[in-house]
Design a protein around this ligand. Sequence first.
Ligand SMILES: [Zn+2]
Length: 404
Amino acid sequence: MNCRNCKKSITEFFSLGQMPSVNTFLKQEEIATEKKYDLSVGFCPHCFLVQLINNIPPEDIFTHYVYFSSVSQYFLEHCKKTAKYLTEKLHLNKESLVLEIASNDGAQLQYFQELGIPVLGVDPAQNITRIAEAKGIKTITAFFNHHLAKQLREKNIRADLVFGSNVLAHVPEIVDFLHGVKQVLKPKGTAVFEFPYMKGLLENKFDTIYHEHVFYYSLIALVNLFKTAGLEIYDVEMTPMQGGSLMIYASCPGVFPIHNHVKDLVAEEIKSGFNLLGTYQKMGQNVLALKYSLVDVLKSIKREGKKIVAYSAPAKGNTLLNYFNINKNYLDFIVDKSKAKQGLYTPGTHLLVEPVEKIYETRPDYLLILCWNIVDEVVVMEELQEWRRGGGKFIIAVPSIKIL
Ligand SMILES: [Zn+2]
C-alpha cells in the first residue's frame, strides 16, 4: 500500500480486523446482509501521515448518513463560538464569503449567516442538505473535490474562508481535495479545518478509528500534506471538540507569517515521537490491554447477575463495541437521544437502540458510557439523576476505565 500523500510505501501498525460501517444503523431485515470491511491503520515513515490501509467507497457510507449536527446542544454552542471567533480573527464582513465543506444541516453556517456574512454549503447527503436549505442556507449537494472547485471558480465563486469541521479526515483523495481548496480560495483567503488530533489516538482514544476516518493527523504530517497541494499552514489552535481537536489555518504560501504556535507544536510532536513507527506500535499494545481490562470488568458485573446498558451510540462507540466484542453477552440494549437511530440496530453488535426513557423502565445497574468526549455533560444530566439516586453507576472505558 502506498501513501495517499507522498506515494511511497506505508507500514501497517494496528488492525481491527473486519468491521462494519459504524454509522450504518440497521433495520432488522438488514442484519443478515450486513457488509464488513477491513479496518487497518498504517504509518508513512516518509511524510508521517497515519492512514487506513484500505478505504471503502464513500458512496457506501455518506449517502445514508444518520448523523445530524444539530442534535447536540454542546456542538451548537461550539459552532456559535467558532463563527464569532473566526469572523473577528479573519476580519470577515458582509462582502466576504464563507464556504463550508461538509456543511451537514447548516449547524455551523447558520451562525455566520446570523452575523451577516454570506455563506455557501457543500455536502453530499441529500437528506441532510434538504434540511439546511429549509433553514435558508444555500447548499450544493455534492462531494467537494478539485473538479467541483473548478466549476465554482468558473462561476466566480471564491471564498475568504473555506471551513471544514470533521471533514479533512474523511477524504481518501485528500491531495485532490486540497488542490480544490486552493482553487476556491481568494488570494488572501484562509482555509480553516478542525479535526480530532492524533494525540488522542496515542492516549487510548482509539475508537475514533473507523472507515470514514481515512486519516489521523499530526501537525507534522499536515505540514507536508498541505505543501503537496501548494498550501501553507500558518497557525494552529487546540479546541475541546471530540476530546481534543486541532484547528489549522492555511493559505497560499507567504501570504501570512507563520505563527510560533506552528513551530512549537511541530517541535513538541517530534519530541513525542510522532515521526516514529514505534510510537504507533505502542498505541496498538495499549489498546489491547484496555480491551482485556474492560471485558474483565463487564464479566465480573455479569457474574453478580447485574444489568448493563450502553449509553449513546456514536460511531466511535460502535468501533469500541465491535473491536472489544462487547455485544448482547454483556449489554441488554443501548439508548440514544437521536430519534434517527432509535428502533434500529447497532452495526456489527446488533443491539436495539432505545430512547433514554427506557432506562427508567428497566433500571439497569450500570450504564456503559460510549460518548467519552461529553462524559462530564452526561454524568450530571438531569434526566439520569433519579436513576443515579437509586444506585445506578457509570462505567467509562476510554481513555481509561473508571466506575463512578
Ligand atoms: Zn507519505
